[in-house]
Design a protein around this ligand. Structure first.
Ligand code: MG
Length: 377
């Protein structure tokens, strides 16, 4: 039942190391399972999405966010008759390269690496994880994922210039990624925009009255839900409005992408790859609402005083540890010391810190750099 423009498993460009086909699972189903069984995937459970576990255990962490993205992605992919297994695999792996402490950790690591003329980029780090850092198999390093999954890891959220990133040349940087990969950035945004409104209200950093007056689309959905459930508690009316918002974004993504495929006369994967821009997209009207929510969240949640103080302290913790291990590489664990034969210390330290959970970072910081008065594991 796959559409002609979907990625068909038998058309895959395959793995780096040939493997015997599995009797019950195709290559993308196997890749999805390899991601789930990886150490980096399990560690998402204790990595910050927006709020940390110190705030409350109700909020999303990077693992539950990932599961939400996977669920939305599967629905959208199935409705468009795309390859659901490949889409699910790309959703499950999409945040695997994220550092501890969310964007604070990412920013701090990037700043540390820039002092050495390099950088930290979570998509490139995800590729390092699945190609090299994960060690599970006797026959090869990494997870030996298919080309399409590795390409999706690199290309799902941005375009990399072939001139600036010659090391990524094999991933067809001048061509668009398949639709399965194009979806992920959009379903990611559906998931985190609605979840961050939800966690923002739950944490009381956001205020429901301000949300209703500040965001047109949310305001109208909230009033509609209130009219339908006049005696329900406000929090449950809010939940109904968030559900509708989620549904509206996912439906619009399905319908608008479907229409674009028709308008552009797309009939096969080559046409998807050759198209002048990405085909998966929200309609212009819904995209304006998406952008408005994102701006609202940036101003009122991500940059709120409640989150900013925590973020500055998280950055300091990462910087302290980075400096410590670059100066004392002999204090790295033995498997990372072994990597010093192939990589400079700053790269080894960056890989090590990027893989850590929030609590492990804080424990290490307490043991080696005196700890943080503000953050507790
Ligand atoms: Mg994400």
């Amino acid at each position: 039942m796959l559409a002609s423009y979907a990625v068909h498993p038998e058309q895959s460009r395959g793995r780096r190391y040939a493997e015997t086909p599995h009797p019950y699972r195709d290559i993308f189903q196997r890749d999805r399972d390899r991601v789930i069984h990886s150490r980096a995937f399990r560690r998402l459970e204790d990595k910050t999405q927006v709020f940390t576990r110190r705030d409350s255990d109700h909020f999303r962490n990077r693992l539950t966010h990932t599961i939400e993205v996977s669920q939305a992605s599967r629905t959208v992919a199935a409705a468009l008759r795309l390859n659901v297994d490949l889409t699910e695999c790309l959703a499950l792996v999409h945040d695997i390269g994220h550092a501890p402490f969310g964007h604070a950790g990412e920013g701090a690591l990037d700043e540390c690496m820039r002092a050495y003329g390099e950088n930290y980029d979570h998509n490139l780090h995800a590729l390092r994880i699945v190609e090299d850092l994960e060690q599970r198999y006797a026959a090869f390093r990494g997870l030996n994922l298919t080309f399409e999954v590795r390409e999706g890891i690199i290309k799902h959220s941005r375009d990399y210039s072939p001139v600036l990133f010659p090391q990524l040349r094999e991933y067809l940087l001048d061509l668009r990624p398949p639709l399965e990969a194009q979806l992920i950035d959009l379903t990611d945004e559906i998931a985190y925009n609605t979840a961050d409104l939800d966690d923002g209200i739950e944490s009381e950093v956001l205020c429901l009255d301000d949300l209703e007056s500040g965001l047109d689309l949310f305001g109208s959905l909230f009033r509609k839900a209130a009219a339908m459930h006049a005696s329900a508690p406000r929090k449950l009316i809010f939940n109904e409005a968030i559900r509708e918002l989620y549904n509206l974004f996912a439906s619009d993504l399905i319908e608008n992408t479907s229409q674009r495929l028709l308008d552009l006369g797309i009939e096969n994967q080559d046409q998807v790859r050759q198209a002048s821009s990405r085909i998966a997209a929200f309609s212009p009207e819904v995209d304006r609402h998406r952008a408005a929510i994102k701006t609202y969240l940036t101003e009122h949640l991500y940059n709120s005083s409640d989150l900013v103080a925590d973020r500055a302290e998280s950055e300091r913790v990462v910087r302290d540890l980075f400096t410590f291990w670059v100066q004392h590489p002999d204090r790295l664990p033995r498997n990372y010391q072994a990597r010093l034969e192939d990589w400079p210390p700053h790269r080894v330290v960056c890989d090590y810190i990027a893989g850590m959970t929030d609590s492990f970072v804080l424990n290490q910081h307490r043991a080696l750099c005196g700890g943080s008065a503000l953050l507790h594991a």
